[in-house]
Design a protein around this ligand. Structure first.
Ligand SMILES: [Zn+2]
Length: 110
């Protein structure tokens, strides 16, 4: 289901609200209609879709901001270079630093 399907469902629900009140309430405010009134049911469903669309829009914008921030950070992360240390002394810390250093510079050679 894509945005067009959701937009179409939203439009259809609004069409259903027109002239659909069966509880003779003369206001568009849903809370004054009977719970079983077709107008109220269709309008509340449309309102729910509208709220969800707004949330999805906000989440997509937030996602785009995070991705942009990550792209800006990436060169910094991969630009980190740890000074070469000799691990031939068997020191596990030196070995760990060597591995980190290779990952940081993207060196796949051993
Ligand atoms: Zn009604």
């Amino acid at each position: 289901m894509d945005n067009k399907d959701i937009d179409k469902t939203f439009s259809n629900l609004l069409v259903l609200t027109v002239g659909s009140c069966t509880c003779c309430t003369k206001t568009p405010v849903t809370k004054f209609h009977d719970a079983a009134c077709p107008y109220r049911i269709a309008k509340e469903a449309a309102d729910t879709i509208e709220s969800l669309q707004a949330e999805v829009k906000e989440l997509r914008e937030q996602n785009a901001r995070y991705r942009k921030a990550l792209e800006e950070l990436r060169p910094l992360l991969f630009g980190i270079s740890i000074p070469f240390v000799d691990d031939h002394d068997g020191n596990p810390l030196n070995k760990a630093l060597r591995i980190l250093n290779k990952q940081a510079i993207g060196d796949s050679h051993d």
